[in-house]
Design a protein. Structure first.
Length: 72
């Protein structure tokens, strides 16, 4: 059972690492868009929603890892 949990934690950490990279890029895209306002303002909501979703997923995964690690 411990091996399965360890694998899950490692898999979650791997997902977090990938999402962190993507989240960083999304944050920069949102920042660049904000700096260029009012140009491309029509894409602001889509970019912001995508950025929000990435960070929401990251938060959820980090909470799962924390919960699994506390169960050990």
């Amino acid at each position: 059972m411990a091996q399965v949990e360890e694998t899950s934690v490692e898999e979650l950490k791997s997902q977090i690492k990938r999402l962190n990279s993507k989240a960083g890029q999304m944050k920069m895209d949102l920042h660049d868009l904000a700096e260029g306002l009012p140009t491309d303002y029509k894409t602001l909501m889509d970019v912001a929603a995508s950025t929000y979703e990435i960070y929401r997923q990251l938060d959820e995964l980090k909470q799962q890892v924390k919960k699994l690690e506390q169960q050990k």
